[in-house]
Structure formats: C-alpha cells, structure tokens
Design a protein around this ligand. Structure first.
Ligand SMILES: *Cc1c(COP(=O)(O)O)cnc(C)c1O
Length: 395
C-alpha cells in the first residue's frame, strides 16, 4: 500500500513546492529574544509572538527551575486522575484574577481550549455565529460541535446583526471572535458586539491569544479596552504568546461553563496536564503583572514609535490597535524579495501572501516586543527604508 500513497504524497509535496507554498523551518540556536542566532548569523527578531519579552525572562526561568526541584518534571496523568498539582490550581486562579472572571481551566494549548469549548456546551438546537477571520482552532472546534453555524465578514457588524436575526429560532446563541486578528492587527469591535448580543440575546466568546498582555492600558486584553471586564461569558487564550511563550492554553469565564468543561471537554479529559515548571513560571508571570505595567507600557511606546516612524518613511501600514504591524506591499513576490533582503540586513521578518491573506494583499508582518530597545526599532526602520528604496516601494 505505502508504495501507492508515497507516489501520491510526492505529487502533493511537489505541488506545494511549485506553488511556492512549501514551509521551511529556520533553526534558531539561541533563546527566543529581540536578538536571535540563526545559522552563523545574529538577527533582530521582528516575527515572534514574544510581545512582552518574557520568553527568556530570568524570573520565569528561575521559577521554572525551582519547580523542577519541588514538583518534578512531568505529572504523567490527565487532570482528573492524578494530574492536578497545587500549581495547576494556583495558575487557574491567577488567570481568572487577571481577566476578572469567575474561574479558569487549563489545556495543553489554546488550540485544545478552542477545540474543546463548543461541543460540551452547545447542541443541534443552538447557534454559533463566527467571524470569518477567526483562528483555525476556532474553526476546528466549531466543526466538532453540532450547533448550527453562521458566519459574518471580519468585524462587519451589519452582517453579524443579519446572522443574529437568522439565528433567533435557535435555543442558545454564541458569538465567537478573535480579540486581535493576526494578519491585520485590528481589534474586534467588542463594544458593538456586546450591544448586539444584548439586543439579540446571545453569549460572547473572545479568543484573547494575540490581545492578552498587549491590548488595553494594563494589557488585560480586549475586555479591558472596551470596559467589558467580567461581562463576557467565555475567554480563551494561550500561554504561548505574551505570557512567557512556553506552552499551554486556557478557557476562563462564567463558573458554570468552566465547571461543565471540567466534566465534558475532551482535550481536558483525555490529554496530559501541563508540566509543573510551566505552571510555576505562569504563576510568577501573573504575579509580576499584578505588580507593574512596565512591560505593557514599553510595548505600547515601542509600537506607537515604530508605526509613526514607518508612516513618516512613507510605508503603507494597516490600521492596527495591537503590536502587529502589517506593512502592505500587495505583490506576493515583492513580499518575499523584501523579506529576504531584510534578512540580509539583519532583520528577521516574514512576508505573507495568498492564501494566508487575500489575493493582492501581500504584506510583511512586523511584531513589536517589549524586549526591543529603541536602537533595535531604529535599525529595523532604517533597514526597511533602505530595502524599500532599492525595490521601489517608497521614494
Ligand atoms: C496562537 C493562537 C492560538 C493557538 O494557541 P496555542 O496555545 O499555540 O495552541 C489560538 N487562537 C488564536 C487566536 C491564536 O492566535
């Protein structure tokens, strides 16, 4: 049998390659940071989700090391058999405290949190109304659930209203949105979504993966930005971006929802607990955030500075309210050439084009971090300007 499928797989791979969509992995030999080593080269990293610069923070590393000694390396169990340590409970309480919610439940990833949130809560007689640009894990989670599916164009409130009207016959309605959309950096209009949810009797779920730690004055996410703390039924998020970047995800929100997920959510019931060192570092991280907004303030300053300077240099930047800055180039090949030349200049960024973004919307996505110093930002802006002049992107 394998002989036949091998030929088939060869062809599939060749097709991916000839379409220019083959993904190569770049090997990094240093910790994740503003400056990383890849190959023999040191480059400034502008494409990590390391928004608060915590991926290699000494306090988190120390907390993880200490937990190795006190709690061991792994737990070899799912949570409800013998995989719940005091650290897991403390981390869940810290997450709920951070978001101003009633309770939280940990998963191995946010992919799992989103995969396991819909099916236990909603059935055939219910409705899920989902933003068209929601993350792949939300789309997969919705697929696992029998609820009726409705979709609205990205952040389009008149389409959302239309879909809510259509869904009035259903028993329960849940509107689902990313907090920040990762390709443009725009924030979900949660204030308007909330008003529509009240008007048409629906619940809301927000995935704060790209917004937690970033959006809102103290980085509490989209619910802080729109003054809706504690008012949203379900929030999901990741520990793999702003929050230290290791691994882990969570769902947080109304107590009864979290209670039922502990009983019925399949990725929680049938997958291992996160390692104690990850839980311990997470607890330390939330404690740091309770004490100071230093990192969030620095990230906000860095982002505003970078965007203003790039606009001044003549770049076409998508409107953003996050630490994601999409430098629009429109042409696919140009986005790849420019990213390659920036790499030569010591700036590591990625160019995106169809099908990751719509046709004719190719871009370079820059992600700003609190670990960037002003000199890093200036170096990045200078490199962009130099390369863009050569490629006739700006004058
Ligand atoms: C990154 C991301 C995820 C996946 O998080 P993991 O913890 O890495 O699985 C889910 N949803 C959104 C919106 C994301 O940006």
């Amino acid at each position: 049998m394998y002989k036949d499928i091998r030929t088939f797989l060869h062809n599939e791979l060749a097709e991916i390659e000839s379409a220019g969509l083959y993904k190569n992995e770049r090997v990094i030999t240093s910790p994740q940071s503003a400056e990383i080593t890849t190959g023999a080269k040191k480059v400034l990293n502008f494409c990590a989700n390391n928004y608060l610069g915590l991926s290699n923070h000494p306090e988190l590393v120390a907390a993880a090391k200490a937990a190795l000694d006190t709690h061991g390396y792994g737990v070899s169990s799912v949570r409800f058999i013998c995989g719940t340590q005091d650290l897991h409970k403390q981390l869940e309480a810290a997450i709920a405290g951070f978001f101003g919610t009633e309770d939280a439940i940990l998963y191995a990833s946010c992919f799992d949190a989103n995969g396991g949130v819909f099916e236990p809560l909603l059935g055939e007689e219910d409705a899920i109304i989902s933003d068209a640009l929601n993350h792949a894990s939300i789309i997969d989670g919705v697929r696992l659930c029998k609820a009726q599916r409705y979709r609205y164009a990205n952040a389009d409130m008149s389409e959302l209203e239309e879909q809510l009207k259509k869904a009035q016959a259903q028993r329960f309605r849940l509107i689902v949105t990313d907090g920040v959309f990762s390709m443009d950096g725009n924030v979900a209009p949660l204030d308007k979504i909330y008003r529509l949810a009240e008007q048409y009797d629906a619940m809301i779920m927000v995935d704060e993966s790209h917004s937690a730690g970033v959006v809102g004055r103290t980085g509490r996410g989209v619910t802080e930005l729109h003054r809706l703390r504690g008012k949203i039924e379900i929030i999901t998020g990741t520990l793999g971006k702003s929050f230290g970047g290791a691994i882990g995800g969570f769902t947080t929100g109304k107590k009864e929802i979290i209670d039922l997920l502990r009983q019925r959510s399949r990725p929680y019931l049938f997958s291992n607990s996160i390692p104690p060192m990850v839980a311990a570092a997470g607890i330390r991280m939330f404690r740091m955030m309770d004490k100071t907004n230093e990192l969030q303030d620095k990230l906000h300053w860095n982002t505003a500075y970078f965007i203003q300077k790039m606009k001044d240099a003549g770049f076409d930047i998508k409107p953003t309210e996050s630490a994601i800055c999409a430098v629009m180039l429109y042409d696919a090949k140009l986005s790849q050439d420019m990213a390659a030349q920036l790499q030569e200049e010591g700036i590591y960024v990625t160019g995106f084009y169809y099908p990751v973004v719509p046709k004719g919307q190719a871009r370079i996505r820059v992600q700003i971090s609190a670990s960037h110093e002003k000199e890093h930002l200036d170096k990045c802006i200078a490199a962009f300007t130099k390369v863009a002049k050569v490629l006739n992107v700006i004058k």
